[in-house]
Design a protein around this ligand. Structure first.
Ligand code: UD1
Length: 364
């Protein structure tokens, strides 16, 4: 039987978690004899706590390529990735390129592959927030447009693609982040805390790049009815420090404990033990839902609309009273189950479909 090669592109923190799910499924599967997997890391995230720690903890192999692209404006960062990934694809001659999620690394991987006529498989296809001002939304739309295989985590994602006229190559497989969460859920220790707390994470441009809004967010978090534990993304740390006196003001209240970004299992422990989660992250909204922890999302829209419909998550303004009121409503609804995100075998299905697609000569 013919053997195939895939290059899988990662670059930013949430992609390492998704990579861990796919790699674990691949290592267990007999399909690893049919499909070799080469990992390429763009280097979009480069701090130890944003990158390497995930590879160590989640047993992801050292990527064959680290393209060390680092930070930059969206255009410059994506352009550098495009150039370096093109070299990788020319050298490796993959039969398919796998990309994950909606970051600049996703878009660069898809575009570089498509230009070389290499089919693209998009993991987490079909998500839409409806807000094109988000860089992630632009990345999603463009990547889906370039993909031959579109692996959707939810029914809603399939619906978005259908409305855009895309049916070919679309597979609803469930969510790879739910796969990996299920795998580790029973080994998550409780986070020890002296009193009930809220967990908060903030990093979206829409929240960090407007100083007035960022100020509102920190002030709201410092005025909640419980203390806040906050692993801080480097983007948010930079923006916080750029606002004169804000970090000191926050520290003085004694209501927010700011820590460095956490590794995966510690983050899950902090999520699971929290009385509630305040976030703008897509992955954290989903994890909150799967762990049955009420979630308040500080955004005007979300891609994970099923968490809203199921009553586990709500959109809210950065206002302490509104956040507390939102938690009161949510917490009455009890623990949610995670069937909306598949049966925990999304990664296996993805590998099967990729091999089936390649066996048919690259036809969906
Ligand atoms: C990126 C993704 C976002 C994802 C997020 C997860 C895009 C457009 N956005 O946003 O969808 O939810 O990752 O974290 O791709 N920085 C460091 N150290 C690092 C990484 C970044 O200091 O290891 C700093 C950069 O210098 C920059 C800022 O953080 O100032 C933003 O980094 P960048 O990778 O461009 O985007 P994220 O905000 O992390």
């Amino acid at each position: 039987m013919k053997k195939f090669k895939a290059v899988a592109v990662v670059g930013a923190r949430p992609q390492f978690v998704k990579a861990a799910a796919l790699h674990a499924a691949w290592s267990r599967s007999t399909l690893s004899k049919r499909l070799s997997l080469v990992w390429a890391h763009t280097g979009q995230h480069y701090d130890y706590k944003m990158s390497k720690v995930f590879f160590d903890e989640l047993n992801i192999p050292e990527p064959r390529y680290n393209l060390k692209v680092g930070s930059g404006s969206h255009g410059a960062q994506t352009a550098l990735m495009l150039e370096r990934l093109e070299d990788v694809f020319i050298k490796e001659k993959p039969d398919v390129v796998i990309v994950f999620g909606d970051t600049n690394s996703t878009l660069a991987g898809a575009l570089a592959a498509a230009k070389l006529n290499v089919p693209v498989a998009h993991v987490e296809a079909g998500l839409r927030s409806g807000n094109r001002a988000m860089p992630e939304e632009v990345n999603r739309i463009a990547t889906d447009g370039l993909s031959s295989l579109l692996f959707c985590p939810t029914e809603a994602a399939v619906g978005h693609l259908e409305r855009e006229g895309v049916r070919k190559g679309v597979h609803r497989v469930g969510d790879v982040m739910a796969d990996i969460l299920r795998h580790y859920e029973h080994s998550i220790a409780a986070r020890r805390a002296s009193e009930p707390y809220y967990l908060a994470t903030i990093h979206r441009n829409v929240n960090t790049d407007d100083p007035a809004r960022l100020k509102r967010i920190f002030r709201a978090l410092a005025s909640l009815d419980r203390k806040v534990f906050m692993p801080l993304h480097p983007r948010t740390a930079k923006k916080l420090d750029a606002i004169h006196g804000l970090r000191l003001e926050v520290l003085k209240t004694g209501r927010i404990e700011i820590v460095e970004p956490l590794p995966y299992l510690k983050m899950l422990a902090a999520e699971k033990s929290a009385a509630g989660i305040v976030t703008d992250s897509g992955g954290v909204q989903k994890e909150a839902f799967l762990l049955g922890v009420p979630c308040v999302t500080l955004r005007e829209e979300t891609e994970w609309t099923e968490t809203l419909a199921a009553g586990g998550n709500t959109l809210c303004e950065p206002d302490a009273k509104k956040i507390v009121a939102a938690f009161r409503k949510l917490s009455k609804r009890g623990r949610r189950t995670g069937k909306l995100y598949g049966r925990g075998d999304a990664s296996e299905q993805i590998l099967k479909e990729i091999v089936r697609f390649l066996d048919r000569g690259g036809k969906s």
